[in-house]
Design a binder for this molecule. Structure first.
Ligand code: GLN
Length: 261
């Protein structure tokens, strides 16, 4: 009897070990192998084609040009890319208090922001444009003077309209702003060019009006906490590679044409 129990015990132990081993090997063989830590990227996933939420994106449910860049930066450093989705206005604070390591959000480099964070090399050129109804008589920035203007809170578009001295209404999300113009509740939305292209492509009856005398060229970069040179160098290395081999241009075309925003 004793002997049988001993044998049973041995078998049970062996079976348990096998299960444990299988479980371990399963978890380590999933994905693309063991990563040495993670990079926490903050974004505001309301800015197609740079970042938006889908069922299955390049990083979890997040997709877009910036998300593909973030993944590449993490991959190049053998790290996992984690996305913290938050309001655009919160990104710089989140960097400062260490909630995120980098902010990647179609963020324009400005002198004001440069005082708070360090920026990577730039990776995309944009400018503010006006989204209007197809039959609108707005042809230049000064035509907005007595019109109902909508901007998105904290975006450079808000700063531009403020500088013009015109009154405006601000929304937290681009999609909310677009709904306003689609529903005829405002006359014009001032927003970044690539995002405007995407919205006009996806919504009927809208067009883009440019005013290059009024709206200056803007450049997007990734922000890190002041002094985080190690991460900044890693980011710049990947950006250089992706710019040199045409990958960023390729991503821009791909995501501008994507249907699933
Ligand atoms: N480029 C604009 C800015 O930096 C908008 C960025 C964004 O909404 N993600 O303010």
């Amino acid at each position: 009897m004793k002997k049988i129990r001993k044998v049973l015990c041995t078998i049970t132990a062996a079976a348990l070990m096998a299960v444990t081993f299988t479980a371990c090997s399963n978890s380590s063989s999933s994905g693309d192998g063991e990563k040495k830590g993670e990079i926490k990227f903050g974004t505001n996933a309301e800015f197609p084609p740079f970042e938006y939420v889908v069922a299955k994106g390049v990083i979890g449910e997040f997709d877009g040009i910036d998300m593909a860049i973030a993944k590449q930066i993490a991959d190049d450093n053998d790290k996992e890319a984690k996305i913290e989705n938050m309001e655009f206005d919160s990104l710089l604070v989140a960097l400062d208090n260490g909630k995120i390591d980098a902010a990647i959000a179609g963020m324009t480099v400005t002198d004001e922001r440069k005082e708070k964070v360090d920026f990577s090399d730039t990776y995309y050129n944009a400018k503010q444009v006006m989204i209007v109804k197809e039959d609108s008589d707005i042809a230049k920035a000064s035509d907005m003077k007595d019109k109902k203007i909508v901007v998105i809170q904290g975006y450079t578009g808000e700063t531009c309209v403020k500088e013009l001295g015109y009154s405006y209404q601000s929304f937290k999300k681009g999609t909310e702003a677009i709904l306003e113009i689609v529903n005829g509740k405002c006359d014009v939305v001032v927003i970044d060019s690539a995002t405007a292209d995407k919205y006009v492509k996806d919504n009927k009856g809208l067009k883009i009006v440019e005013d290059n005398d009024q709206f200056a060229n803007e450049e997007y970069a990734i922000a890190v906490k002041k002094g985080n040179k190690e991460l900044l160098d890693q980011i710049n290395k990947t950006l250089k590679k992706m710019k040199d081999d045409g990958k960023i241009a390729e991503l821009a075309t791909k995501y501008l044409d994507a249907e699933d925003k």
